[in-house]
Design a protein around this ligand. Structure first.
Ligand SMILES: Cc1ncc(COP(=O)(O)O)c(C=O)c1O
Length: 384
């Protein structure tokens, strides 16, 4: 049986051109060394930074490489918090539907003396703008609200959030791990330059767009200062110590170039075909409008059926999907995103996330729908 991989939001397969670009650099010199090997590594690092800054629409010096989205978010939040310890700003606002890498920065921020407050979201994981306006004041140091939600694929009103934060002199961090390199709903540009958004800090990760795992980048707008979380030899403008992951960074740049060169197609979106079939078969979509979500995301529930049961059976049927939420000791926890959206604890264990890649074909979408519907029917029949 041919497996169908529908978990691109968790990680996307390494692109062949990325693998090829990386191989010669696995044995790179140290970019900090003065000799020829070091200078060669430094040059390829500069080239990659140029690619990233072009793609993000920012200055060369505004991009620093990290080990991925998690480190980037930690650096944005905790780095800003340490940098501003002496300031009068003691509140940090975080959307309640953020990825764990943002939410779990909370305890460290509290240990530094900050008050961390969770922002409520609507039924589709978007920050409640009225609440944000009411709660913001001049004691807020930073607001963190993601671009697209990794579970639902819905987008926050980033510009409105940033404007409100800036109105009170607060910084705005945007976790753009799910949107970097993707076409966004309502925009024609297949690869929008995300730092044109009014963000101060923006974090991205290579493995969500066909690059290697363990590599990412942070955009730090000129003038914004962060204290390093990894102290070391002054690499990455003294904000992130440690010898750079040269091959990973080269791979990230290759993935970005591949995404930039990709043409969008007007043909029918396999995700839509998949969603329509499942909805017809009794699955309930979590998001009302497909037009406002990332084009590769499908999130549904089969009421009364745990995601865990479905996912194990789907895996046996050769469909790789996800609940989108964390697994601990092999069991699916209630999704904090669905809980924040107002679902009950039981419903929050039912979320199924299918995420499509640019290479997922219509035939795969149809076959995955057939297998998923069959599994759903079998699980339901065994229950009754
Ligand atoms: C929205 C979001 N932020 C951050 C991350 C973490 O990125 P990384 O795996 O590169 O640490 C992920 C990964 O799933 C994500 O989806």
């Amino acid at each position: 049986m041919r497996r169908i991989y529908l978990d691109h939001a968790a990680t996307s397969p390494l692109l062949p051109e990325v693998r090829e670009a990386m191989l010669p650099w696995l044995d790179a010199g140290n970019p900090s060394s003065l000799h020829a090997e070091g200078r060669k590594a430094k040059a390829v690092l500069d080239e990659a930074r140029e690619t990233l800054s072009d793609a993000l629409g920012c200055l060369f010096a505004e991009v620093l490489f990290t080990s991925g989205g998690t480190e980037g978010a930690n650096l944005a939040l905790i780095g800003a918090a340490i940098q501003n310890l002496d300031a009068s700003r003691t509140r940090i606002l975080i959307s309640s539907a953020e990825h764990h890498c943002v939410l779990q920065s909370g305890p460290a921020l509290e240990a530094l003396g900050y008050t961390v407050e969770l922002l409520p979201v609507d039924g589709e994981a978007r920050v409640d703008l009225d609440f944000l306006s009411q709660t913001l004041d001049d004691r807020v140091l930073l607001v963190s609200a993601m671009h697209a939600n990794n579970e639902l694929g819905t987008l926050n009103a980033v510009t409105e959030i940033a404007e409100r934060a800036h109105g009170h002199g607060a910084l705005y961090h945007c976790d753009a791990v799910q949107t970097f390199g993707k076409k966004l709903p309502g925009l024609d540009d297949p690869f929008p330059k995300l730092t044109r958004l009014p963000v101060d800090l923006l974090t991205v990760s290579a493995h969500k767009l066909g690059g290697p795992k363990g590599t990412g980048a942070i955009f730090i707008r000129a003038g914004v200062k962060l204290k390093p979380l990894i102290a070391g030899g002054g690499q990455e403008r003294e904000v992130r110590g440690g010898t750079e992951n040269v091959s990973g960074i080269v791979g990230f740049a290759a993935a970005v170039r591949a995404a930039t060169a990709r043409k969008t197609s007007d043909s029918v979106n396999p995700r839509d075909v998949f969603l329509s079939s499942l909805v017809e078969a009794g699955f309930v979509p979590t998001v009302e409008s497909r037009e406002t979500t990332l084009s590769g995301h499908a999130h549904l529930r089969l009421p009364g059926v745990d995601a865990e049961t479905m996912l194990i059976r789907l895996d046996r049927e050769g469909v790789s999907a996800s609940s989108g939420s964390a697994c601990s000791s092999g069991s699916v926890e209630p999704s904090h995103v669905l809980l924040a959206c107002g679902y009950s604890a039981a419903e929050s264990k039912e979320g199924l996330r299918f995420t499509f890649g640019f290479e997922t074909s219509l035939a795969e979408a149809e076959e995955a729908a057939r297998r998923t519907i069959l599994v759903g029917q079998q699980v339901k029949a065994q229950r009754s």
